[in-house]
Design a protein around this ligand. Structure first.
Ligand SMILES: [Zn+2]
Length: 85
């Protein structure tokens, strides 16, 4: 017979709250991933900004950098890339 003493009673209300929070978090993550995927700026710069690191220039190696001059990074608003992940 399984040990029932460690089991915690969880109400339907608790589960509803838990799954509601999880759903909201998952939707937020999905939106951030879509933003990253659809953004045409430097991928490396986006990731560095996400981790709040200094971005001095584009990497010039990613798909976002193809077909664009290196000076374009300076034209990007500072919030581009922060809405990721
Ligand atoms: Zn790049």
């Amino acid at each position: 017979m399984p040990d029932q003493s460690r089991r915690r009673e969880v109400s339907a209300s608790d589960l509803e709250q838990l799954y509601s929070e999880r759903r909201a978090r998952d939707e937020w993550r999905l939106k951030r991933m879509l933003c990253y995927a659809e953004n045409t700026t430097c991928r490396t710069a986006q990731i560095l900004r996400y981790f709040e690191e200094e971005v001095s220039r584009p990497c010039c190696h990613c798909d976002g950098c193809e077909g664009r001059g290196a000076s374009d990074l300076g034209k990007l608003p500072p919030t581009v890339g922060l809405g990721l992940f």
